[in-house]
Design a protein around this ligand. Structure first.
Ligand SMILES: [Zn+2]
Length: 78
């Protein structure tokens, strides 16, 4: 015999995404999918200016375009 109890599963999902560079909200299309963006998570190791810190941020495609245009060496791409 199984004795059941009530339980609630809490699901954590992304409600909104903001670009850390321009501060604008990254919108969803009419199908509910986010316009593509970059999400970066970095745990800094020793021999860095951020020993042990965990950083994360998001960048919209417009800000990414501006950022990579300043690179001295272009991004690899197909
Ligand atoms: Zn942006």
């Amino acid at each position: 015999m199984e004795v059941l109890k009530n339980s609630i599963d809490i699901k954590i999902e992304i409600e909104k995404v903001f670009c850390n560079v321009c501060g604008e909200e990254i919108k969803k299309d009419i199908y509910g999918y986010y316009n593509d963006y970059i999400h970066i998570e970095k745990e800094w190791g020793y021999n860095s200016d951020f020993d042990g810190e965990k950083h994360s941020f998001d960048i919209c495609s417009q800000c990414y375009k501006k950022m990579v245009s300043d690179f001295k060496i272009p991004v690899n791409g197909e």
